[in-house]
Design a protein around this ligand. Sequence first.
Ligand code: NAP
Length: 288
Amino acid sequence: MTAQLIDGNALSQTLRADVAKRAAALKAQGITPGLAVVLVGDNQASQVYVRNKVKSCQDNGLHSVLEKYDATMTEAELLARVEALNNDPSIHGILVQLPLPAHIDAQKVIEAISPAKDVDGFHIASAGALMTGLPGYWPCTPYGCMKMLESIGYKLRGKHAVVIGRSNIVGKPMAMMLLQESATVTICHSATADLKAMTLQADVIVAAVGKRNVLTADMVKPGAVVIDVGMNRDEQGKLCGDVDFEGVKAVASHITPVPGGVGPMTITMLLVNTLQAAELAAAQAPAH
Ligand code: NAP
C-alpha cells in the first residue's frame, strides 16, 4: 500500500480562497478583518513565523499589524498593549507570539487577551469552551488537523485515535476535538510505557512530539491515517516531521507530509479564526 498524501498546501489554498471571499464581503459592509501580531524579542524562528502570518493575512484581504518590541519590554508594558488592542475596534484577533522572554509570564499575557479576540485559542476560556463543547476559538494547529481529516471525508465516530503529545497547544486540544467527533481517544506522552502497543491499535495517529522517527512503520496498523505535526531538522538540516515518512507511507492509507502538511494549515486556521471574529463583531455592531 502507498498512502495517499493529504496536501496541506492545496487544502490551504481552497480554505484561504473562501477566507478572501468572506473578507471581501465584510469589506463591502465597511469592516476589514484585522489581526494584530505582537512579537517581543528577537527569536529567529518567531520572526519567520510572524512574517508568514502577517503576509498570509495581507494576501487574503485581511488587515494585519505587526507590533515588534525589544526583549527588554516589561510585562506591565505588554499587558498595557494587549489591553489597548482589546479596545481597538479595527482589530478582531490578537496573537502574542510565543515564547516570550523569561521575565514575562506568558499565561498572564494570554489571559489578558479578550476571549472574543483570542484567535490562537490559548485563553483558558477558549480551552474551557473546547472542553465543554461550547462555541469558542480552537487552537489553529489541531483545528487544521481536523480540517485535513474532514478533507478526506474521514468519519471519526467509533474510530480509535491516538494522539502522541499532550501540550496545551497541540496534543490536549487535538484529543478534545477528536473526542467531540466521537472517536475513542488515547493520549500518549513521554511516560507512556509502550507507545507501539498504543499506536498499533489506532485508526488515526496524530504525532505532536518534536522528535524525529517517533513513529515508524512497525508501529502503524495497515490502513491507518497518520497526521504529522512535528517540525524537526534532519542531519542535512532539512525540515522533517515526527514520522518516518518513507516507511510509514507504505503502511498507512493517508499521510501528511512535512513540509507542506500541517504547517500551512496552522496559518490558514488563524485566518479562518480571525475572519470569524470579524464576522461576529460585525453581527454585533449597531446597524448604520
Ligand atoms: P511540546 O510542548 O514540547 O510537547 C511535546 C509532547 O511530546 C509532550 O507532551 C511530551 O510528553 C511528548 N513526548 C516527548 N517525547 C516523547 C516520546 N518519546 N514519546 C511520546 N511522547 C513524547 O511540543 P508542542 O508544542 O506540542 O509541539 C510538538 C511538535 O509539533 C514540535 O515539533 C513543534 O515544532 C510542532 N508544531 C508544529 C506546528 C505546525 O504548525 N506544524 C505547530 C505547533 C507545533 P511530556 O508531556 O510527558 O513531556
